[in-house]
Design a binder for this molecule. Structure first.
Ligand code: ADP
Ligand code: MG
Length: 361
């Protein structure tokens, strides 16, 4: 379980209801009185974030989390609005982690998970770059970055070898979050790349050549902590480029019937890439998405996924939530659109799990 906290004073100052965090249910948290409020190091009013599903289920290890869901929501709203200054400390990885978000099935939550985990990691103080590798450009849209024809994009980096740092744009809503947008040109790249030398390692070359990618010794303190690659729903040359470029893979799985169908093919592709192109690649993370706590089906699917993958499956599942699906139409992730919603809190917790797991790996 992870804990973080924000300034209790700020809650009052910002007009949050006083009973939100100060209700009798709130545990006697180890609120230090010797730290000034409104600073990055002020852990006041500790609380933990759980998914809505976990809250609903009252999971067996629920004993040490007494804050109300509303209190947790309010805390994260404060955190999100304060940005960097209220970030709880979260260790940086020793070297840039390049995470490929892939599943050849469409509509399982790849893009949604990429953008929200990226934003959550950035909100938690990490330096993050998202590479939109899907010609649809949905990740670019959700991160509020232009991606019409003519905008410097993934296509330029992949096909023309333009340095990645020259095609990345800042996401307007979140600090320390950069995006390489995908334009419709990328749809042609799949075919154009066929005749190109080392066609499957173009993205690897682009990422490895980024001056902010690598260890502290290679890339300094300003290095990127995470590069997240949002893949298209196919196992073509674009996804292959991502698998060759990554150190690890995150597979979002929708908690739906047939969830595991097609995963065999994906894992075979991963094995092929490991054997011939990128021995370092590991499937580090499985994320169950669009979990509907009211249905037995979702619980059954989640259980089956855990049986198959064990440790790789994040404890946090992402609930199905309207707020998550409407955020992109505002050019936002749910992390800024509605930071206190169950979807945002779940993605925040998933991001923390990813960051902590990677640190110990
Ligand atoms: P993929 O990138 O795998 O094709 P998306 O991330 O685009 O999948 O998600 C498919 C659809 O499901 C989108 O319309 C998205 O808004 C919606 N969606 C994804 N996650 C959730 C969620 N947790 N709750 C509700 N809708 C979601
Ligand atoms: Mg997508």
């Amino acid at each position: 379980m992870t804990e973080f906290s924000t300034g209790g004073g700020s809650r009052a100052e910002r007009g949050y209801p006083q009973d939100v965090g100060g209700s009798p249910q709130e545990p006697p948290t180890p609120a230090p009185t010797d730290v000034p409020r409104e600073t990055s190091a002020a852990p006041i009013g500790g609380f933990a974030v759980r998914t809505a599903a976990e809250l609903a289920d009252e999971a067996p290890d629920f004993d040490h989390d007494h804050a109300t869901p509303l209190a947790r929501a309010a805390e994260h709203v404060v955190l999100a609005r304060h940005g960097a200054r209220l970030r709880p400390p979260l260790g940086r990885p020793a070297a840039t982690r390049v995470v490929v978000v892939a599943n050849q099935k469409g509509g399982v939550g790849k893009t949604t998970s990429t953008v929200n985990i990226a934003a959550a990691l950035a909100q938690l103080g990490q330096r993050v770059l998202v590479i939109d590798l899907d010609p649809q450009g949905n990740a670019s849209t959700a991160l509020g970055v232009e991606h019409h024809r003519g905008v410097p994009s993934t296509y330029d980096a992949l096909v023309d070898g333009v340095p990645l740092e020259e095609v990345a744009a800042p996401s307007p809503e979140v600090e320390d979050l950069l995006v390489v947008p995908a334009t419709i040109d990328l749809a042609g790249a799949e075919i154009e790349l066929v005749s190109v030398v080392a066609r499957e390692s173009r993205l690897h070359k682009a990422i490895a050549g980024h001056p902010r990618v690598g260890t502290a010794a290679e890339a300094g303190e300003d290095r990127l902590d995470y590069v997240l690659i949002d893949c298209p729903p196919s196992l073509g040359l674009l996804t292959l480029n991502a698998l060759v470029a990554g150190n690890e893979m995150m597979i979002p799985i929708q908690a739906e019937y047939y969830a595991l169908e097609g995963l065999g093919q994906l894992l075979e592709t991963v094995e092929m890439v490991k054997a011939h192109l990128n021995p370092a690649l590991v499937v580090s993370t499985i994320l169950v998405t669009m979990y509907d706590a009211r249905t037995r089906l979702a619980a059954g699917v989640a259980e089956e996924v855990r049986e198959h993958f064990g440790e790789q499956v994040l404890r946090t599942t992402i609930p199905r939530s309207v707020r998550v699906s409407e955020a992109p139409s505002y050019g936002q992730t749910v992390m800024t659109y509605d930071p206190g919603s169950p979807g945002a809190l779940s993605y925040l917790e998933a991001a923390r799990e990813i960051a902590t797991k990677g640190a110990s790996a």
